[in-house]
Design a protein around this ligand. Structure first.
Ligand code: SAM
Length: 284
């Protein structure tokens, strides 16, 4: 049989969320595979979800559903704070969080601390619609370890801190410790807000519970909220710690003229309503 008459191979990428459960994405073709000094990086073209970014064979994002994660990571704390002027982002080398952040005109200065420059390069090359934020003049990029950066940072420097990290393995392990959160709290201004990705409420319950306990110890207002991100296995959790402003308080700010695909003021409030099993897990 001539090569052009052959059926294309039926290629699938399988992400195992546990030993017994996973997610399958049909793959059109591989676009990039390589190693940075810290991790393996792959970009695949999928049939259904657009481009897929993997770090050390773990799904970071797909073009189809990344908005559900990035909009909720960013706009919930940003629209809770009445005047978020200085913002620190740790991780998030794909640029998705920056893209959402740069939509806020109140934000005057963004410090972005990403440990792996190669992730930024790859995102600029393969995810141009995600990495637009890197070109915003308010962004100051630091290629550094977020743990070291926060430890050395002067107190009361930022209005909002966002942690968009990989799972607590390898370089990201230190971004999930009580010491790291202590420094985030110290580095926040007196009315600052910290938001972090806190894992899957199904498959990473120990992690979510640990993160929430640390937040409860540090912040007068500590909450968990959810978003639906299909390629993260369904629901995804964020932890929010606030020194003054309650994300469920009145009034919420609105971003004039903005069109979001996931975030609405109603979703903002609804995201904090947790299923009973999570209330039990978190002891609330
Ligand atoms: N939303 C994604 C998820 O949860 O699957 C995470 C996206 S983003 C690509 C995660 C970024 O955190 C990566 O680019 C990684 O290099 C960066 N990172 C990991 N550990 C870090 C550290 N200690 N300091 C700064 N950035 C770090």
């Amino acid at each position: 049989m001539a090569l052009q008459e052959m059926e294309p191979l039926d290629l699938w990428y399988i992400e195992k969320f546990s030993e017994n459960w996973g997610l399958c994405l049909r793959i059109k073709k591989g676009l990039y595979s390589g190693f940075s000094k810290l991790q393996r990086i792959d970009v695949l073209e999928t049939e259904e979800f657009g481009r897929l970014l993997l770090l050390d064979a773990a799904i970071m994002l797909t073009e189809k559903d990344e908005f559900a994660y990035h909009e909720m990571l960013v706009h919930v704390p940003l629209l809770t704070h009445p005047s978020p002027s200085r913002v620190l982002v740790i991780g998030g080398g794909d640029g998705g969080a920056l893209r959402e952040l740069t939509r806020h005109p109140e934000v005057k200065e963004i410090t972005h601390v990403e440990i792996d420059e190669k992730v930024i390069q790859i995102s600029r090359e393969f995810f141009p619609q995600l990495s637009v934020g890197f070109d915003d003049s308010r962004v100051r990029l630091r290629v550094a370890d977020g743990v070291k950066f926060i430890t050395e940072c002067p107190g009361e420097s930022y209005d909002v801190i966002l942690v968009d990290s990989t799972d607590p393995k390898g370089p990201a392990e230190g971004l999930f410790t009580p010491e790291f959160y202590y420094h985030c709290h110290r580095v926040l201004k007196r009315d600052g807000i910290l938001t972090v990705q806190a894992g899957s409420p199904y498959f990473q319950q120990d992690l979510l519970s640990r993160v929430f306990k640390s937040f409860e110890k540090l912040f007068p207002i500590a909450r968990v909220y959810l978003s639906g991100v299909i390629t993260y296995g369904g629901m995804w959790a964020f932890a929010l710690g606030s020194k003054t402003y309650d994300p469920l308080g009145e009034p919420l700010r609105e971003l004039s003229g903005a069109t979001f695909r996931y975030y609405t003021p109603q979703i903002h409030r609804a995201a904090f309503v947790l299923p009973r099993y999570l209330e039990e897990l978190l002891g609330i």
